[in-house]
Design a protein around this ligand. Sequence first.
Ligand code: F0G
Length: 488
Amino acid sequence: MKEEAPAPFVKFASGENIPLELHKVRVVQKLNLVPIERRLEAIKEAGFNTFRLSTRDVYLDMLTDSGTNAMSDNQVAAMNAADDAYAGSQSFDRFKDAVLEVFGKKYVLPAHQGRACENILAKAFVKEDSIVPMNYHFTTTHAHITLNGGRIIEILYDDATQISSTKPFKGNIDINKLEKVVAEYGADRIPFIRMEASTNLIGGQPFSIANMREVRKVADKNGLIIVLDASLIGENAYFIKKREEEFKNASIATILQTMCGLADIVYFSARKVSSSRGGGIATNNEELLKKMKHLIPVYEGFFTYGGISVREIEAMAVGLRETLDDTVISQSPSFIEYLVENLTKKGIPAVTPPGGLGCHVDAMGILPHVPQTQYPAGALAAAFYLVSGVRGMERGTVSSVRDENGNDVLADVELLRLAVPRRVFTLSQIKYVEDRLTWLYQNRDLIGGLKFVNEPPILRFFDGSLGPVSDWPEKLVAKFRADFGDSL
Ligand code: F0G
């Protein structure tokens, strides 16, 4: 670990840097740790898809941080002061003020969540044959752009999907590739350039402001607009402060304003960015606003509630402002860093540098004997649930699509994502994850592949069911019992 420990890390007398919780727990929820035999039944019932598990059978829910971050006392208090009105709610005014303060954008359209913003953006800007260059896609972004006849082109640097790396900004756009895309397809076919903060599917990896400034130059030269997906912007800002020399003494507020100032449109999932529900699309540009605004009452609701309750709007507003607090946004990345560094020391491959959202374990590195067509990340997610009761998420080929010939489009990376929702878990729970993952790694030869049993035509990872290619789950259970005796 590093000598210098930025908050919330503190140096213990032992010399170890520990991420200290800078909050206290005041409302708790009971968790279940059911025996491994029940977990085996549960994962079979769920078709080896962790999305389909009931939390009744889950100990730590590390599926996602979406809508599962802990709310603050101030958020809960604000919900009680919500102004219930179909139109003209003062709660919306408070949300609007927060968007201006945090993102520096004066117009905001509310939506019920992030993908609803993507639906509006795609309907407003994407046409048949549109090309949308981006650092990397998110599943729902890909779906909305392709459903509207467009195509995405990913223009990360070639080494951005390398699992083990010291590159601080793997989410950067390769400017040469961007210029080539513009030259090849022409600016007319490009409705916008999309930049995703803390690029989710490659392991929560940030981009730098220096890179965003370069993208801005290309956009300006070609009359293009930049759309920023700010769902994980707090984490990206935290990494900029830690890793980008120019901003090491800057406040998070300045970093956020700088990032958003370089984008024409900023949209976000408040389920992630502000520990609440909802989402929003913000801009300072009236013409761009006009292209989207009429779609809000069609798909979301009136302009002052956008498909969510006014209570949630109040929580969004407070949550956005809390993004300016270093101790809030650093909590999840510091636990992730702690976990990733401990796994790496043991030789267990995980995406480095540690990113935002979660610890991303390299399934292909752990299961080289499972071919990608047998979904190593899906198999690892099921196996890890089995041995720990911890629910992670597959982020690999199961989350991908099939090509026109019906073959899997193999994912660039096969990751088991263990999300660390903000201020939800304790360090002993993180240590439990480390311990069970270590045991699973030592027994990795027992894990086999999966095959689809029922496959939905779109976003198949949500509800698809799979089955094991052999009796490997039973063998894993037997080994667990042999090693752990009666322990849960
Ligand atoms: N963009 C990014 C970068 C996201 O991570 C998400 C959601 C969305 C858009 C869509 O937002 O869920 O509110 O509709 N990510 C969640 C996850 C689902 O688990 O990573 P949403």
